[in-house]
Design a protein around this ligand. Sequence first.
Ligand code: PLP
Length: 390
Amino acid sequence: MLKLNYAITRVEEEGAFAVSDRAMALKAQGYRVINLGIGQPDFSPPEHVLKAAEKAARDGPHGYTSPIGILPLREAVAEMVGTRYDLQINPDQVVIVPGGKVTIFFAAMLFGGQGSEILYPDPGFPPYREAIFSAGAKPVAYGIHETADFGFDADEVLNLITPQTSLIILNSPANPTGGVVSPQEMKKLADGLANHPHVAILSDEIYGHLVYDQSRFVSLLQFEHLRDRVILLDGWSKTFAMTGWRLGYGIWPLNLVEHVHKLVTVDHSCVNGVAQMAGLAAITGPMDCVDDFLASFRQRRDLLVNGLNELPGISCRLPGGAFYAFPNVTGTGLASADLAHRLLEQAHIATIAGDAFGENGKGYIRFSYAASQDELIQALARMADFLNTA
Ligand SMILES: Cc1ncc(COP(=O)(O)O)c(C=O)c1O
């Protein structure tokens, strides 16, 4: 009998990929499936980014780069984020990684180990919990509440902190809800964390550029007293429609970078040079594509949310960011997992049951509205038919 590591064999697959596979299988059988399941923009990356990648594919870099990324890219990230939040970031704090997820795993590994507790949002991005388990730590869920516009209650989070808590994972704007934590609640949490200097924070801001009202968005890096223990996660996947390029970054407190540097060298050596050059072009070139993406997402959000609210048994809050809607479907009388399953198999609309995002996700379904307006209109019509006959 092989002696496999239980911490790894118990890992649960991210549900969105399984739904996508099934949607593709149905498509291959000739069904006209509308995929509102997977969380990725349906745009192409901007033209100047593609040109930079073409050039890099010819001219290089072809070899290993610095494990934490080419210096011009780290400088550009430091400059972009520093300018945005009016603070100084040392390029040596920036670690370029193959996709946003890698920073989650590195943070979990660094703050995990037996006996440590890591707080994470429920409902939340499924890899948080899996990364915590894999790192040998205890996952401790805190609630994300519909009544708080899908934010958290800072007191609830603070009350879960124990002497064993090593890390809190935050995510705003959030997957799967599209919720943006209010500046007041974020400040309350940041103030409270001053009393827990042993706790680091991983702030997953991968949707930080996709916020419909920027005045409502606060980055954890804006709290000076926390800067020596905040890890900021971001990347190119969602902002520049580059999910398949596998390019992300973490901004780490300087004294942690040596550990992450070592993890990179033993894990993946560096990110491929072509993706890094494309990423450099994206953040140093014109960024109007991001405004265009956001304007388009706003129209789709309004269309979908208004339409969902007209359907029997469904009520949906207007999400403040990302490209997800997370309607409450309890009024349909169907369990969310059953509803999502039947929507896919009978109405050929791929969505993700809220259950896939944690216990508190039960009773909800995630819609990714990174789809054309035509597809959204069709999906709403199919859902109306389905719910009126179910
Ligand atoms: C909240 C959140 N963080 C991180 C990621 C990972 O992004 P990437 O595809 O760059 O690994 C995602 C992707 O869906 C996400 O939703």
